[in-house]
Design a protein around this ligand. Sequence first.
Ligand SMILES: [Ca+2]
Ligand SMILES: [Ca+2]
Length: 500
Amino acid sequence: MKRLLCLLMVLCCLVPCTAMARETDMHFNWYEVFVYSYQDSNGDGVGDLPGLLSRLDYISALGYNGLWLMPVMPSPSYHKYDVTDYRAVDPQYGTLEDMRALVEACHERDMRIIIDLPVNHTSTGHPWFTAACEALRKGDEGCPYVDYYCFSHENGSRMVPVSGTDWYYEEQFSGGNMPDLNLNSPSVQEEIRSIMAFWLQDVGADGFRLDAVTSYFASDTERNIAFLSWLKQTAEELKPGSYLVGEVWAGLNAIAEYYASGVDSFFLFPVSQAEGYIAAALRSRKPAAAYVQAIDKLEQAIPEGVWAPFLSNHDTGRTIGSLQARQVPEKAKFAEGLLGMLGGNAFTYYGEEIGMVGSGDDPNKRLPMYWNDTDMTALPPGVTKVEYAYPCADTQIEDSASLLNYCREVNLARLQTPAIARGKNETVFSNELTCLMRRTLEEDMCYIAINCSSKAAQTVTLPEAGLSIVSDLETGADAAALSGTELTLPPYAIVILSSD
Ligand SMILES: [Ca+2]
Ligand SMILES: [Ca+2]
């Protein structure tokens, strides 16, 4: 009886904690890191996990409390999206012990850490693939690894011949070295389950970024969604509260459809890059109206589920290029502010906080993090253009008016006022240049006032008295002023107000 009581007490303590953790932990300020280009610790010029660990305080101090690492598993490529071993760390980056130390250090700082999980395809160097091809060459079609890939006798646009045989394998990403896995295979599913268990339970990661999910079953959204549901259920069983975010590089409606899978988030590509909602709003003659319309569109398309907006990532041009903001740091700042105020989980690619430059060939978008002029990693292979338009991180840290410190203020505002990211949105009013939104999260409420004019201060009238400014996100020298219900905002300004 005593034992039963003890068990019941333990259960009673556990259940609400878990439920609460799940409810509150889904909204983070995420920071995407390409380990290769971040920080080297052993002098070989390649960024690594101990190097990243040594920069964790930098990331945490900027208010990022979630870390997404691009693939860390062994791979012959510099970007490591073609994996040869799903249960190890690439020796260029360190060891599993380094990874465990990094995870622990993140958790000590109340940061979550997720890793890239590319399971649409492996490397041609993966032992599964070499064993399968070897078996086909011997005519041993019953080899279990043959079932791991999509082999066929039929040639086609995404088929690559297996040398020495009359077989072809499916490959959705061109190049011949990334064979697609057969995700229908129960054995492959069991492998994936075990890989997830390894990273979530053994290493302690908090979830995954799911690469290339629309290629799982090419042109078959329904099956992709079903497979993603299985991934989400599996993650939930292995580690309740795990966070999954998927890559669906498509329009808003296509992205919205994938939320039916139960995967927590999908990246909002329509918000990002030069043609995305934020850059388009900044170019518009009615920027505030355009911004509010963008939020309306997102709400209509994705009423449930956690949004994952971003401005750039490792596959896109960097933001100050897409905004043409090289000479206009206030515009770069304001874009980060607008991103942070959308709601959901804002994702920031490393180096965006200091306005790094990069476009064109992929390696150009993955340049060494610009800490200062001496402490940088070597260039990733294939870089054709290197330039840094804004001052280095060390300089920007010391400058209270820097883009870096602005990003920090946006992140801290989001942490201080959870309703910004998680609250239900209501537009109180909007005109061409200004807008006012109310966000409500249970008993908490805040207002977000925005002046999208690049040149002139604007005054807005608040709908209630007794509000005070809790965050004043200014891109220039002037501060906002509140007099009664009249709020005056300088150009490109965002102000958060609450009633106490
Ligand atoms: Ca290194
Ligand atoms: Ca596939």
